[in-house]
Design a protein around this ligand. Structure first.
Ligand code: FAD
Length: 382
């Protein structure tokens, strides 16, 4: 086949995995081009360790430009427009053309959806936020911490529960835990609901066993002068408010023709193809409905596995073969519980009538597994 250009929009987990896989698989006559507005890749799964001071930001972030050593072309700029029919994207006013287009633009944080949230609280969901939270936690000796999810659906269903437990562990290490109350208010009815009632109950028990008060289905309405106001009229004071922001689809997708009324990209759940030939989407930017009525959770493990499937299928098409790779809905995640321990949940999220997920009790092995995963990502992909 003549020289092909694969254009990857987004240099987060999905984009970086796809670029690496394609570059390893394809001959050098083919171009792999990756676009992102940010010059640096940062591993979100390690932000919680930045929050607790167990990682420095530079240990979990790398310039995307490093990918150029592997023969991946990196374009830094804003994706301003996507023309799916012609497989073109406009980046900072320049049109880039593709034979195969992969959309991996993730989900955008939208803290502004809750008045006062961004100014009244801190989030561990960005590298900058996690660093600021670390500084705030280091000077905390007594008081009240509220951890909250500002919407029922967000990136990484385990993260707020891990955050509360890691904050607990951090304060214990510093000997001030007994002087600090921690409460977790979630907009959703329970932890990791998509993973099923057993997994949800297991995570809830892990949180409550640490003396963290858990308040499900408690939706934040606004934050004013250090006070969190909830939709049921409750108003709570917090010395430190830690939040998971709501998310929304990247703005540029709206006019791409790839989305439905939800604003998220619609794909074939098995091969991640959109309705446009040669255009694929992976990761948080997609919405994949499950039989149980909720979508596939937004997690890096899925972005990763989907990117592998798409990259391998594109390579097969270029080689004149049938694209047979399938994403089977399997995924796993480590759940950090503090003090060097982690639980582990794994299963088939495409299982019907609902995902079949098994939760393993916290242990040192799972924590070691997450550390190993982090090292592998940073060395293998970047
Ligand atoms: C605190 C935290 C902890 C997490 N822990 C885990 C975990 O332990 N396990 C797990 O599986 N998942 C975890 N996740 C979720 C995981 O990080 C995401 O699901 C994953 O990053 C999604 O990958 P993606 O490639 O779809 O999007 P992203 O990684 O978000 O990448 C999208 C990229 O697109 C770029 N972009 C967007 N719009 C534009 C534009 N218009 N122009 C140019 N560039 C653009 C962005 O800059 C970004 O780099 C965690 C998330 C958070 C916030």
């Amino acid at each position: 086949m003549k020289e092909q250009t694969i254009l990857i929009l987004g240099g987060g987990i999905g984009g970086v995995v796809a670029a690496n896989r394609l570059r390893k698989t394809l001959g050098r006559q083919h171009r792999v081009v990756l676009v992102d507005r940010e010059p640096t890749f940062a591993l979100a799964a390690s932000f919680l360790w930045v929050m607790t001071g167990d990682r420095r930001p530079d240990q979990i972030a790398r310039p995307l430009a490093r990918l150029e050593r592997k023969g991946i072309e990196v374009v830094l700029g804003e994706v301003e427009r996507i023309d799916s029919a012609s497989r073109e994207a406009v980046v900072d006013g320049r049109t880039l053309q593709a034979d195969h287009l992969i959309v991996a633009l993730g989900a955008q944080f939208a803290p502004e959806a809750v008045p006062g949230l961004a100014t009244g609280g801190l989030t561990f969901c960005t590298l900058d936020g996690a660093t600021r939270l670390r500084d705030a936690l280091h000077v905390m000796r007594a008081g009240r911490i509220i951890v909250l999810t500002a919407a029922p659906a967000y990136k990484c269903p385990a993260a707020p529960y891990e955050a509360a437990m890691l904050i607990d562990g951090f304060l214990r290490r510093r000997g001030v835990r007994s002087a600090v109350k921690i409460a977790l208010h979630s907009a959703e009815p329970g932890p990791m609901g998509v993973a099923g009632p057993e997994a949800s109950a297991a995570v809830r028990a892990m949180v409550e066993d640490k003396g963290i008060a858990y308040h499900p289905e408690h939706q934040i309405a606004r934050v004013e002068a250090g006070r969190a106001h909830f939709t049921d009229g409750a108003a709570l004071d917090a010395d430190l408010l830690v939040y998971v922001p709501p998310i929304r689809p990247p703005t540029v997708l709206a006019a791409s023709g790839l989305v439905d009324e939800t604003g998220w990209v619609q794909v074939d759940r098995n091969n991640l193809e959109t309705r446009f030939p040669g255009v694929y989407a992976v990761g948080d930017a997609t919405l994949i409905p499950l039989a149980m009525g909720k979508p596939l959770p937004r997690a890096g493990v899925f972005a990763h596995r989907q990117a592998e499937v798409v990259a391998r299928n594109i390579a097969r098409v270029i080689a004149g073969k049938t694209p047979v790779e399938r994403f089977d809905g399997h995924g796993a995640c480590f759940i950090e519980t503090g003090s060097g321990l982690a639980g582990f949940g794994a299963g088939d999220f495409y299982a019907e009538p609902r995902p079949a997920v098994r939760m393993r009790r916290p242990g040192r092995l799972w924590h070691a597994g997450k550390v190993l995963f982090e090292k592998q990502v940073m060395w293998q992909w970047l």
